[in-house]
Design a binder for this molecule. Sequence first.
Ligand code: ATP
Length: 600
Amino acid sequence: MAERAFQVDLRGVVDLLSRHLYSSPRVYLRELLQNGVDAITARRAADPQAPAEVHIEPPGTGGDDTLRVHDSGIGLTEEQVHELLATIGRSAKRDELGYARHEFLGQFGIGLLSGFLVADEVEVVTRSAGGGPTIRWIGRADGRYRVEKAAEERPEVGTTVVLRPRPGCEEWFTTRTITELAREYGSLLPVTLTVGPTPVTGDAVPWRAAHATPARRRAALESYCRELFGFTPLDIIDLEVPEAGLSGVAFVLPTSANPTARATHRVYLKRMLLAGNVPDLLPDWAFFVRCVVDAEELRPTASREALYEDDLLGHVREALGERLRDWLVALSQSDPTRLREFLRLHHIGVKALAVHDDGMLELVYRWLEFETSDGAMTLAEFARRHPDARFTRDVDEFRGLSAVSAAQGIGLVNGGYVYDAEIIERLGELDPKLRLRPLDPGELSTRFGMVDSATGLRLRDFLAAAEGAMDPLGCAVVVREYAPAAVPALYLTSRAAEHQAELNESRAAADPLWADVLGALEPALAADRPRLVLNHANPLTRRVTTLTDPDLIALAVRSLYGQALLHGRHPLRPADTAALNQSFLGLLDWAVRSDPEENT
Ligand SMILES: Nc1ncnc2c1ncn2[C@@H]1O[C@H](COP(=O)(O)OP(=O)(O)OP(=O)(O)O)[C@@H](O)[C@H]1O
């Protein structure tokens, strides 16, 4: 049976490109520019002296409504026109094995079709550097084309592409739009690009331009950043990844950025703009910079609006991450003031890095301030003051215990914010001497002073009544003397007591078999009940301990219990809330019960 070739309906292909591949018809101009630049590259490979010019004639300038794009590139012979322009997907820019040749921008063999996004007819007039007459190719959006010898010879080698706006697409052909698009995509191209009389290229790539002094270079790049992104950078970092032929700059944001919002960057490929909002160029944690880069070897996706994810892009991402990290470490040595300013704005990103990276960990240790029982300070300074410090994993626990802990000589660090506990736990990897232990609140009470024995004796009846009042709530009562005296009572659970409480809850919820199993664990833990530690150094608490009426003792101790729970931001169980209410109302009752005569 005879084999047949696929038929392609060009209307379907154009529809596919315009609606699904390209985000906007504006890309048509980029594709034309790109073909011109590639043709020049091809010609100069054989003849380095050949001119490198792309000239855009907007409609109106030639006396009619057509757009003309002239290039001084290699041109096409009649045979090449038939082969390359008439076959969708055919490109001269691949090698014998079909791989994209790295010196060209194009590779897919579909770019010229983008002309049909805005025109019904695309005309190519071309004269090859290899000789032969000027050829005219006219392609239509419905898939028909014709090839003929041009009526007039082109005076120079090169190609002119002619587009006539499709009715309704005129907005893409105004001189203003065309100039804007040419500037946007092409201002860094290594050719002379003009729109009518207006030059578009000419300035060097901003980060490669020569300046008299480093300060002038910095000022020039700062104003470039303002123009592009609208901010004055906190710092500027030069970027270079030779394996990808990549160079550029990273601008450090002067305000804090949302770490979950994806940072995007302005990416040029072979000095043609890919897009101004390319994600995935940097590791996720590097949300504190916006970059502008140009790369020779990275590849675009077919829409040419994003980077193609391959090993090289992975390598680039890693190398750029490394560069930012080195910059930070160097900054800590050369400019601590700027580093502090940076950390104030972008500490979350740096902390995220420190969880995995020793260099960053060291930086966080030395430079980043944490909340501690001595106020805000770096972990380095805190470790110097408190060789045997502790940390909490919970902000509330820190708030509740830092003053008491500090008064007992135990330095406390708040590890309750994002990444903090993970960072603190990793410090031992930096230096085993820096190992901070998590605070066990139960351990605190072992540091509190005992009351003297005479007081201890006096307190026996009080304690018996207090224990009786607290027993139903599963809490022991002790009296100690500790600083600060302003704290009337503390509710302390050891880690083991917390475990016990969880066990009790699971038992209540479990079926009988499991309740037995869990019950077997209990004796070992029974000693670790949470404790209400009344502070004998506090004047009010001391007066409470002299009460003799068991009812009043129960009310007072339960209200101290409720206050200690609230102060330590412990969760209140229904029984705790009930006890708190009852003690409040009971005390109120005591306060208003006696009439004035009785009081005197
Ligand atoms: N201005 C030009 N000068 C010389 N040859 C050209 C020109 N424009 C197009 N061509 C030829 O036509 C071929 C097809 O062009 P087209 O723009 O469709 O695809 P491409 O540039 O090869 O790849 P891509 O789809 O990635 O842009 C090119 O490979 C090139 O050989």
